[in-house]
Write a protein that binds this ligand. Structure first.
Ligand SMILES: Nc1ncnc2c1ncn2[C@@H]1O[C@H](COP(=O)(O)OP(=O)(O)OP(=O)(O)O)[C@@H](O)[C@H]1O
Ligand SMILES: [Mg+2]
Length: 325
């Protein structure tokens, strides 16, 4: 299974919405997918599951969510429990998120330096997200694992990113997103380097494979692109024009690209602001590109639904190619 994290420390740039729609699109394209909600805000779980279902999972314990699976490990009473995947569709499963996940931030932070002295427990805690995702991936025979994280550069995200073979960076076209991009790149490089140093100290008796922590950048996705000739669209364009060089310099540690061809090489997609389609989709708890007239997508909305299908199908195909599927 190839794993991809959707990451940017800037909040609200469309990470979760993008992951949700891609999870469905990969499944529609015949791929088996596991999505892991590793954001303590648990928004991804909220998109897939009814509130009553989420509430039941949060009080169930025993591996119903990514947090309860880790409880014995955190409390020192045992190892990671198997997570029960929520089956959304034949080819699509979710590892449910949990608001309580924020409680383990300090523990993840404190075990990080202890990996350097080869402590087994430090490795068991640090690799817990990777192990739960790969465990479910193997049992479901999944080809793609998708990881949703919150908008920060903390210890939870560091452990989530260690589980990622690849990283997609969703960006909005504004000052804050471009700034966010400047922070993401060096952080990924630092985490990759630090994990490599820790892996070398791992005891041989762990009994599970350690992740590579490759975090290979696949490119960036512009979300909520304003395609109209307004002042907002022009301001948008100014920031967009800066994204390729900021991406090359800070994420790839390369010189800024020259010329149009090079400029767009890492831009995986430029998604529109889907406006009311997104609202219909949230209401109907289904992806925008599967909306029917009965879901409110009547008249001209049906053409928008088809265009949206094409946008995500194309993006899914691009990603499959780049990860070698
Ligand atoms: N292409 C889009 N068109 C219209 N609305 C969008 C689009 N992408 C995201 N949104 C909306 O923008 C808001 C933020 O999106 P989302 O929750 O996916 O961002 P996020 O980066 O995951 O946020 P956070 O940093 O809090 O995790 C949501 O209300 C979502 O419905
Ligand atoms: Mg989110």
């Amino acid at each position: 299974m190839k794993t991809i994290a959707f990451f940017n420390n800037k909040g609200g740039v469309g990470k979760t919405s993008l992951l949700y729609h891609l999870a469905w699109m990969f499944a529609l394209r015949g791929r088996k997918v596991v999505a892991a909600d590793l954001d303590p805000q648990a928004n991804l779980s909220g998109m897939f599951l009814q509130d009553s279902r989420i509430e039941a999972l949060w009080s169930a314990g025993g591996g119903a969510t990514v947090y309860s699976a880790m409880q014995p490990l955190i409390e020192g009473t045992g190892d990671l429990l198997p997570v029960a995947p929520q089956i959304v569709d034949e080819r699509l499963a979710l590892l449910a998120g949990d608001l309580s996940l924020s409680e383990i931030e300090d523990e993840l932070s404190s075990v990080w330096p202890r990996c350097l002295s080869g402590e087994g427990r430090a490795f068991r805690v640090t690799t817990a997200f990777d192990r739960m995702l790969r465990g479910v991936g193997t049992s479901r025979n999944a080809e793609i694992g998708l990881i949703d994280v919150g908008p920060n550069l903390g210890a939870i995200n560091r452990c989530a990113l260690i589980a990622a073979d690849f990283v997609v960076i969703p960006v909005g076209a504004d000052l804050f997103s471009i700034r966010g991009l400047r922070n993401v790149g060096p952080k990924l490089q630092k985490w990759r380097r630090e994990w490599e140093a820790r892996r070398r100290e791992a005891p041989g008796t762990l009994g599970f494979a350690l992740p590579d922590g490759a975090m290979t950048p696949l490119g960036y996705v512009i979300s909520r692109y304003a395609s109209y000739g307004s002042d907002a669209a022009r301001a948008f364009q100014r920031w967009l024009d800066r994204a390729p060089s900021v991406y090359a310099e800070s994420v790839l540690a390369e010189a800024p690209p020259l010329g149009e061809q090079a400029r767009d090489r890492h831009r995986l997609a430029q998604l529109k602001d889907y406006r009311s389609l997104m609202a219909f989709a949230q209401e109907a708890r289904k992806p925008m590109f599967l909306l029917r007239p009965a879901d409110g997508a009547i008249g001209g909305h049906q053409a928008a639904v088809r265009a949206c299908y094409d946008d995500f199908n194309e993006l899914a195909e691009t990603i499959e190619q780049r990860i070698g599927l």
